[in-house]
Ligand binder design. Sequence first.
Ligand code: FES
Length: 76
Amino acid sequence: YVTYRAIKPKQAINPCIKKEVAKVVDIANIEDLGEKTAYCRCWRSEKFPYCDGAHGKHNRETGDNVGPVVIKRNTA
Ligand code: FES
C-alpha cells in the first residue's frame, strides 16, 4: 500500500458530514450490531456512519475505488 500521506497530504476527506464538530467520532456497541453492518468510508453517505451505497456514484464520478468496511458476525 501507498500511504495516504504520500498521495495528498493537505486535502480534506470529509466534504460535509458534521462539520460543526472538531472531530467526527461514532461509537457502535458490538451487542447492537446485526449479522452484517456496513460502515461508510467514502464520507458521502446520507446515513453516515452507515454505508448507503453512495460510494458507487463517488467512484464513478471520480475514478476512486472506495467502499465500506463490513462488520460481519460469524454464524456457526
Ligand atoms: Fe460511503 Fe458506501 S456510502 S462507503
